[in-house]
Design a binder for this molecule. Sequence first.
Ligand SMILES: COc1ccc([C@@H]2N[C@@H](C)[C@@H](O)[C@H]2O)cc1
Length: 447
Amino acid sequence: SIPLRHGAHRIGNRTDSDMAHWRDYGLGQFIHWGLYAIPGGFWHGQPVNGAAEWIRSSKKVDPKEYDALISQFNPVKYDPVAWALMAKNMGTKYVTFTTKHHDGFCLWPSKYSDFTIMQSPWKKDIIKPFVEAYNKQGIDVYLYFSIMDWHNPDWRYELKTKSDSVAFDRFKEFTKNQLTELLTLYPTTKGLWFDGTWDKSWKASGAFSDELEQYLKKLRPGLVIGSRLRADEKGNRHLDANGRLMGDYHQVWERKIPETIAEVKGYDWECVMTVPENQWGYNARWSGHVKSSSEIIEMLANCVSKGGNFVLNFGPKGDGSFREEEIRLAKEIGNWMAVNGEAIYAAGQSDFRKEDWGYYTKSKTSGKTYMVVFNTPVTNMLKVNIPKNQKIASQKLLGSKQVLPLEHIEGRMHYIRLPGGVRQQPAVIELQLISDDQKKELDVPKT
Ligand SMILES: COc1ccc([C@@H]2N[C@@H](C)[C@@H](O)[C@H]2O)cc1
């Protein structure tokens, strides 16, 4: 292997309890909120193509004109207690919240910037009440932080000259200071979600990114940081020059889900997903396909069946209120989670081979296997291929606890008959498995 000073420092996944807790989340919420929610994808009355939170860049807005949005940021409907309750009712276990997106606007009172909530009409810390409200609902808080900062004059895309490096050194110090502020002001933060690390300047700063990660983890032991922060000293990201993951989980699954378990490569991972095709910040006009709660629940089950977490993004409006579609989705997902959460929480990949009707998950606590059924066959007969030396002791519909007929086909193949009828959401069947020899014991009448 190639000798590296700033590559992966650990082979294999983390084995500590903080990471085990992260693995068990199942369902998370992402929230993108900032100045970009004010224009909401429109500029001078015209819709702008691209993601709403990128409008400053995609519309090539005069920076002064964009930054002047700060004088309009007065979210009178901002109610973090209500936000946290909506998340709780959805069944959310962790939330990732944008403290600073690429535009450089800080939702916390940073001492190192003049472009913060304190210079807006709101004049109050947004993050503190948010963290308190979510923690009160038992939801862990992760903070999103964009390294790339379009507002800071010391940001560089590439280090071409000596003066570039001098400026970028100032920028790296600024970044370290802001991250120290965040972990100090919000000590219950469980992790940091980095973005904006694809440019050459950062790829040339592998040593710094490594030292920064080590500094942050010393400041907050147990902190969870994905693979998007670091570069190695050769400019590799996510995987170092020896193909080893840098970071605590694979942070590439943005608006995409691994097709096969092989693509997961045994890493810890999460998928972050938008409701419309590609809008993270509030966009007044959602164009293209908007996902239904059924589609979102399928993505959630798909991720958990492959050992990952699923994080759904919400983009509050500039005034701090949520759009109707997102409020409804949170409710519909929550209704399903209330009945079927045991197939999602502290669950992961099962021992079963995937079938066409949907996804298997396996609970790490109950040991039960769950069938999350999306594609009901015309026969209502669900094919189940039972793993070696295991038998099904019971097969019940979650919620109703109705025992379902189990029919042996041949060898390890069985059918489970799903009750007919139209369903709005996927049905979940709970399988209680026992090993073959246990089953024989059960069959022998007690003497
Ligand atoms: C294709 O380039 C990008 C760059 C940044 C993003 C950002 N990552 C998401 C989590 C959002 O913050 C989006 O703005 C998306 C696509």
